[in-house]
Write a protein that binds this ligand. Sequence first.
Ligand code: ATP
Length: 492
Amino acid sequence: MEGCCRGCMPCLKRLWDWIWPELHYPSPTIPEIRTVSGDLRIPAPRKKPVQLYAALFDFEARSEEELSVREGDKLSVIEKRGEYVLAKKLTGTLESGLVPANYVALVQDEFAKYKWYYGNINRQKAEKLLLATQNKPGSFLVRISESHSDEYTISARSDKNVFHFRIHRSTIGAYFVSDKVSFATLDELIRYYQNNPRSLGCPLDQPCVQQRELFDMEPWERPREEFQLSRKLGEGHFGEVWEALWTTKNQRVAIKMLKQEDTKLDEFVKEVHALKNLHHPKLIQLLALCTRGEPVFIITELMTKGSLKSYLATPEGQVLTSAHLIYMACQVAEGMAYLEDRHIVHRDLAARNILVGSELECKVADFGLARIIKDSVYTASRNTKIPVRWTAPEAALHQRFSVKSDVWSFGVLLYEMMSRGKMPYEGKNNKEVLEILASGYRLPSPSRCPPNIYRMMMECWAADGSKRPSFHALHSQLDNIYSRIYYKTIEV
Ligand code: ATP
């Protein structure tokens, strides 16, 4: 210290900087002062330290309020809002908007790149994630401690319990669970306990599997009291389906209720996740969800004539003309063309999964088996239950699903429609169906089926998937035929 004048402000500041080079000289707080003119001067807002966050996963904005982010994007978090954070991008367009809080993590020691790092989630949420069916004993995650934001907690599952271990920081910033052994980085600490499970008393085998879908439901969530059930419409794999009145919107809706079995939760989440991202007038539209409490409700638009399968069996269904049926099939092909463009395979296209509205509008439903495929073929697990009569041989025998296997199913759906609800391959069991298909047999033309529609079915059933038409082609052919019938340029 040179030139000290013992106590003047600049010297005191220099002294402070010399002792605490990392810390900033405390700026004076400006008191609120009423000036002579009576204005109220307010203190300048305190500068908050800028904390750098990173997106852990891709997130697509679903409304104008939300912000789309790509995994690894650097963000500054402006504030926390419930399960969301208001974040601003630090690169590129510098946009801001809401992102689910569990999609972002504070970038400290670059933890964001580790699969086990879950950032800002609380103890309760960590337990819920780890105890979900996707995870098993030995699954673990690391989260920011709720009580000390500069410390972390390991949450690890052992059998049916979750244990939490606080990771402390020493004065020099080292990480430790037990003060007998400390580490320079969090990653080193985790690797140590992975290799020495006895030291922790709980194995850290694999990072918790992320179930982002569970958190993604917030914008669709509605209070259960808003729905008044009126009558049961049917029952499916998940549970009962009811007609209800959405009182606040004065709208009649359909409510699918989830039976309270854990094993169904995964499929339910998949169905909801698929539905949320699909918007097309020919696909059933998700309207809302009640996921808090039980049973869980999935609320969709109401289709008053119910499933096409049951509708075809009614007296009204039995007298539908080919023109009506072609009009309906054309809508299904249009909905499927939308999925085709998005590389989504439905895997369960059949009359039971088409819903019919009062004006014969048709919508594709039941996305429980739907998958987004990156390559052209999706290979399912052997345990997947397959509706053999509707499934292309390569999918039924070798689990090779593709848009082209959906096209095969569309051919079977056309058969169901044109035969006014007949069961395909009636009298044969699944094994026999596969055998006759392998020998080249195909379903015969239903008695009242126009020849051009039967030709279309046969094209859908080409043994070689690449020879089957696209949904776009099927849609335009059906649309063409329908216009020609409508304007009476052809008879059917
Ligand atoms: P699974 O669940 O095994 O695919 P599913 O398609 O029969 O079988 P759900 O989708 O649960 O099962 O539907 C059961 C029945 O409820 C349908 O067959 C249909 O009659 C009726 N239903 C379902 N959704 C609606 C809706 N949005 N509008 C009108 N009726 C519906």
